[in-house]
Design a protein around this ligand. Sequence first.
Ligand SMILES: [Zn+2]
Length: 414
Amino acid sequence: MGWVEEVHQDILDAVHELKDGFLEFASRMIQVDTSNPPGDYSVIVPLVEEELRRFGLPTEVVSVPAEAAEALGFDRPRSNVIARLPGRRIRPCLVLNPHLDTVPVGDPSGWRYPPLSGVIAEGKLWGRGACDCKGRLASFALAMAAIKRAGIELNGSLVLAVTADEEVGGELGTGWLVEHGLLEADWAIMEGFINVIFRGCGGMLGLRILFHGESAHTSTPWLGVSAIEKAARGIGALQALQAELEAELSDIPEFRHSTINIGTIRGGTKDSVVPSRCEVSLDARLMPGHSPQLILERIRDKLEALAREDVHFRYELHPTRMEEPYLTPVDSPVISAIQRGVQAVRGEALPVCVSRGGSDAKYFIRRGVPAVSFGPGLKPDSMHHGTNEHIEVSDFLDASVVTALAAIDLLGIA
Ligand SMILES: [Zn+2]
């Protein structure tokens, strides 16, 4: 009999013993509004501390100095909660990393149950944050508490880092803890889904393109240069580049290819004036192998070709965001540990993909710490960030068991 079979039943029993308390914990967290912005942690942090302590998990609050929060434009304090399940040794160390904040509720009228109710009905937990990330937070905490309840002493240490601001970039949450050496780890499991493992993220390029013209009265347009007409030609060039990118397929399952979305266009002052200025902004999501610098150069090449044909074609490029792709190797032990857990609980293997959106995994991966996403969300059915966000109670329980098994696998039994 392998180790999985040996501990599986004990973990299963412990999870079922503790489950009502942790579902209640998730529900209580959903009732506290932590939409970000503004991200108010004054009520949720004491609640999380109280609940984790109730289940025998000692906590420590790491508050970010007010000056650091103010420097990033936040008008209220930023705090993180860390709970540790110490093993015989400090290393190896696995960090479980859910977050406290949510996206705003949005229009509540389409919700089946009020978004801040945290209702458990129809076998599901409902509300803003039910999936992203309060249900996941409770599921990770349950995994940790179940290991303790089952009387399993780990060889290495298991850390639950409940962080601020994931929904706005995570600088003062996971970023702060990692940069300040408070989360020295060998692996991290970030909040995620039960039907796919994400092992990182493609790159991003945010770009503002300013097209210049010369204003003139509409009655004599030949005296001016229309910036909007130049921008239209520039957009045509961006579309040509998009067509090229669509033919450069990624070998990563489901990533498809790099994309350019032209998100905004602003130009002109009045119908009777030839516009002197037009600004276009875009968001490009890049497959591994396409660095933001490379795509920026390809955009410049296309626009330069237009400028060579037309002396009045004048533009400026202002990058607003340049993020390199970040990836955990596909053969990392943290991926195989989760796969073994999923195999034990559900008899299946999960697809391993690369996300097209950002995550706090970047703070770990950039420091050489393998980080992947897993948890009780169901992609796309859980509607995270959407109306009627929810998780299945059965997924909540299965994800807790898988997380506990993966932690035991990685850290070993003392
Ligand atoms: Zn999240």
